[in-house]
Structure formats: C-alpha cells, structure tokens
Design a protein around this ligand. Structure first.
Ligand SMILES: Cc1cc2nc3c(=O)[nH]c(=O)nc-3n(C[C@H](O)[C@H](O)[C@H](O)COP(=O)(O)O)c2cc1C
Length: 203
C-alpha cells in the first residue's frame, strides 16, 4: 500500500515512530512528512531520551528520531512540509491512505478549515475530497470547544479521529505496548494488516 504519514508538533512523536516502523516492516511504500513544529517537539522528546539535541539542526534531530525507532531512513521517503508540489498533493496520485500521527490542534484546525499551510494539510484535504482513508491522532488535554468542533468537522468530512488514548485491557507491560495499541488501531483504519496488539477474543 502507498501510505502518507504526517508527524506534527503535538507531543507523542513516539506514536508516529512506531506507526512508521510497522509500515516499513510490512513493506508498505511509506512517505513521511515532519512539520516544523514536529521537529521542535521531537527535539525535546529525543533530548529527554538522553540524546544531546538542543541546538542541533533539524537533520540531526530526525536522524535521532529514525535511529531511536529503528527505522532505516532509506526505507521511507521523507517529504518536506513546504513541498506543495509533491506527488501526493494531487488526487490523481493513487494514495491508499494518510495518517496524521500525532496531530496537533493547529493541524487539526487547518484540516477542518480546509487551509493548506503545508504538505500535511494538503494531503489530508486531498484524502477527504477523494474519499480515501484519513486518520488523525490528536493529542491534547483537555480539549476546548474549538478543538472538539474541529475534530467533529474532520469526522463529518469522512476522516477518522483516533485520540492518542491507549486501552489497558490487553495488559501492556511497557510504554511501547501502549503506543503500539494506538499505532495498530491506525493501521486497522488504514486497512493494513499488523500484529501490534493481541485482538480481544472474548471472555
Ligand atoms: C514541547 C511541546 C509540546 C507540545 N505539545 C502539544 C500537544 O500535545 N498538542 C498540541 O496540539 N500542540 C502541542 N504543542 C504546540 C504545537 O507544537 C504548536 O501549536 C505548533 O504550532 C503546531 O504546528 P504543526 O501542527 O504545524 O506541527 C507543543 C509544543 C511544544 C513546544
């Protein structure tokens, strides 16, 4: 499958990292686009993981991100957010699905309003107009009425809103288990097979 993943400046870049890793491992043709906000948040999150990235350029930050998530940078296409001329900017390109994971409230607002500030907004808007799967993974708490209205608009336009709110009934043992639950739910909505969590088989 041809899948586009937008990673934006909401906290929780680990969700996007685990999603990318699963897509690459399954052999999907994957394109990733990091917003400018994402690079700054990743800088903080990777720095927190013990990597000295404060003051480093964005290339170094993304290198640390790929390394932490055990993804070969050659295995994915990295699209620049200001590349509005990218192939997936057009509905004529047969993209199978798009995910914005994590999705900031700013990007959710742009998608809901149909504003194209960067490639991520454009690809999301194209997915909606072409009735192709779009999954947004918001991470914000609490949610204001404006946030909720924007997410409702995305849902009403045909997008899936999958909050970064993992379940606990599958007995997660690690942060990765929690994150994989969300990444797996994204893959379910994109129609891609995975084994990121054990499915409920009943009591
Ligand atoms: C450390 C840090 C954490 C942030 N966490 C969130 C968050 O969880 N959710 C959110 O909507 N915005 C969050 N933001 C704010 C966004 O990064 C900011 O609104 C940015 O403009 C989003 O741009 P983008 O959607 O183009 O990535 C955070 C910012 C920083 C610096």
């Amino acid at each position: 499958m041809k899948i586009f993943v937008g990673i934006t400046g909401a906290s929780g870049s680990i969700y996007g990292g685990r999603l990318l890793r699963a897509l690459v491992a399954a052999g999907h043709e994957t394109t990733v686009c990091f917003s400018a906000g994402a690079v700054e948040v990743i800088r903080q999150e990777e720095y927190g993981a013990g990597l000295e990235l404060l003051g480093a350029g964005s290339e170094k930050v993304l290198e640390a991100f790929f390394s932490r998530h055990d993804i070969s940078p050659q295995a994915v296409e990295v699209a620049l957010p200001d590349n509005i001329g990218h192939v997936y900017s057009s509905g004529t390109a047969l993209l199978d699905g798009a995910a914005v994971c994590p999705c900031s409230m700013s990007t959710a607002a742009s998608i809901a309003a149909g504003i194209t500030g960067d490639l991520i907004h454009r690809v999301a808007g194209v997915a909606l107009k072409e009735a192709r799967p779009l999954v947004v993974v918001p991470r914000e708490a609490p949610l204001s009425e404006i946030h909720l209205q924007n997410l409702l608009r995305i849902r009403q336009a045909g997008g899936h809103v999958l909050p970064a709110a993992p379940a606990f009934y599958h007995n997660p043992q690690s942060i990765e288990d929690l994150v994989d639950f969300i990444a797996g739910k994204v893959l379910d909505l994109l129609g891609a097979d995975h084994q990121l969590f054990k499915r409920w088989e009943g009591i």
